[in-house]
Write a protein that binds this ligand. Structure first.
Ligand code: PLP
Length: 459
């Protein structure tokens, strides 16, 4: 990895500056005070290097986003060219830029089901905020002002804004923040490993969850429920793939009650699960799709909401009455982001990234199962494509977890980092979502380093 030349190169000095200056997102202030930050300085392919010159295999593709790996000059050059040519223009009042027009068209062509329009933003959170507002707007315009409640799931992650954190089903994001519960309801996560009654098949567990959903809809009144939000595989909430038949069961109920299905594909979009879209892996048809991260491979902040004809036609049909659509961001459809997205979309096709995931994803799963499947403290290994979770357990047979105070997952994460591997600990579930261009040899290295790290902590 080539070392760039930042102004300050001394690792201890960089750590000190960061520690005393930066308020880190999703970080324990107490841990940071004790341990200091890890300062990254460069990256190439699936690897990053820290300020001490230590290399890591990035098993998380940054934050599930650097799908094409680091140092992709096709994207960095597209960003440079666009910054020089037209560094910014907006999309309010019917303005746009050439590269944005091309990007919107390229995205619509890649949608999993026919979509009418894309709406741009800069993050997954702002995109889900857009979706919520669109859903309420749509139901007002079609004369259903009571149909406003939103159903999400426990363990879901949909963002950090006021509305999207309320939607998110993670208690750690609600504690101390006094988020408005608003018109948001939560139903159970499809957490087969932990929550399915002993001996129940996946299919029956899916039916059970569908019944719960329908009971909530009937209790509240279907004419008050607007939409259901779901990630294909739950990411930040513990890497939870849907049990067999889950989306078939859920989709049927949503259709029956005229409730929109919003596919949050912020992580699963653009190949992560071994199909271009997560909804294609499980065969359901979203009314709205939220995407971000992989659209530029993390090289530029960009999000994209896809809007189906069902929703668009109502909005367009009422345009004479509504006047200006009163929503948008300065950085909606940033031309530099559009240039980055066009370069990334081209690479996804040319490098046959989706095909690679369909090959190396099962290789990763098999490798982990071979090495750790029988480990006494590995309770479950689950996932889809290049999105995999390993849930630790104190007692594999009873599934009893380790005491949370032990922070066992975090200990394994630290041991992995010492061995040059980045993972993420969601409680005691360690997750991997490496760049989608990872090859078999790199997957083998990941599995080897991880198995050794588990051994370091748990024997
Ligand atoms: N939705 C999902 C499924 C996510 O995983 C994330 C972020 O990880 C978001 C939304 C929010 O995206 P952002 O962090 O870009 O706001």
């Amino acid at each position: 990895i080539e070392q760039e030349s930042p102004m300050i190169t001394d690792a201890a000095e960089l750590e000190r500056l960061d520690q005393k200056s930066q308020f880190h997102p999703f970080t324990s202030i107490a841990d940071l005070a004790k341990e200091g930050p890890t300062v990254m300085t460069s990256g190439q392919g699936v690897r990053v290097r820290d300020a001490h010159g230590r290399d890591y295999l990035d098993g998380m593709a940054g934050l599930w986003c650097v799908n094409l790996g680091y140092g992709r000059t096709e994207i960095t050059e597209a960003i440079t060219r666009q910054s020089e040519r037209l560094s910014f223009f907006h999309t309010f009042n019917g303005m746009t830029s050439d590269v944005v027009a091309e990007c919107a068209d390229a995205l619509l062509k890649r949608a999993p089901v026919p979509m009418s329009r894309v709406f741009f933003g800069a993050s997954g959170s702002d995109a889900n905020e857009t979706q919520l507002k669109l859903i309420w707007y749509y139901n007002n315009l079609r004369g259903k002002p009571e149909k406003k409640k939103i159903i999400a799931r426990w363990n879901s992650y949909h963002g950090s804004g006021v509305a999207t954190a309320s939607l998110t089903g993670l208690p750690g994001m609600h504690n101390y923040f006094d988020l408005p519960k608003g018109p948001i309801l939560h139903v159970s996560a499809p957490y087969y490993y932990r929550d399915a009654p002993e001996g129940m098949s996946e299919r029956d567990f899916s039916r059970k969850l569908a019944r719960e959903l329908e009971e909530v809809i009937e209790r509240e009144g279907a004419d008050t429920i607007a939409a259901f939000f779901a990630e294909a595989v739950m990411g930040a909430g513990g890497l939870i793939p849907p049990p067999e038949g889950y989306f078939d069961e859920i989709s049927a109920i949503l259709k029956k009650h005229d409730i929109l299905l919003v596919a949050d594909e912020v992580v699963s979009g653009f190949g992560r699960l071994g199909t271009y879209w997560g909804s294609q892996t499980y065969g359901y048809e979203p009314d709205l799709i939220t995407s971000a991260k992989g659209v530029t491979s993390g090289y530029f902040p960009m999000s994209v909401c896809f809007i189906s004809p069902k929703v668009w036609d109502v909005i367009e049909g009422a345009a004479a009455q509504t006047g200006i659509f009163g929503h948008g961001y300065t950085y909606s459809a940033h031309p530099v982001g559009a240039a980055a997205a066009l370069a990334a979309l081209k690479l996804i096709d040319e490098l046959e990234v989706v095909k690679n995931v369909a090959d190396v994803g099962p290789h990763l799963m098999n490798g982990l199962r071979d090495r750790l499947g029988q480990h006494p403290h590995v309770g479950d290994i689950r996932g889809q494509g290049l999105m995999v979770g390993i849930e630790l357990a104190k007692d594999r047979a009873t599934k009893e977890g380790f005491p949370p105070a032990n922070r066992t997952g975090r200990e394994v994460l630290k041991a992995a980092a010492k061995r040059g591997l980045i993972t993420r600990a969601l409680g005691d579930t360690l997750v991997f979502a490496p760049p989608l261009v990872i090859n078999r040899a790199e997957v083998d290295e990941l599995v080897d380093k991880f198995a050794l790290a588990v051994g370091d902590v748990l024997g």
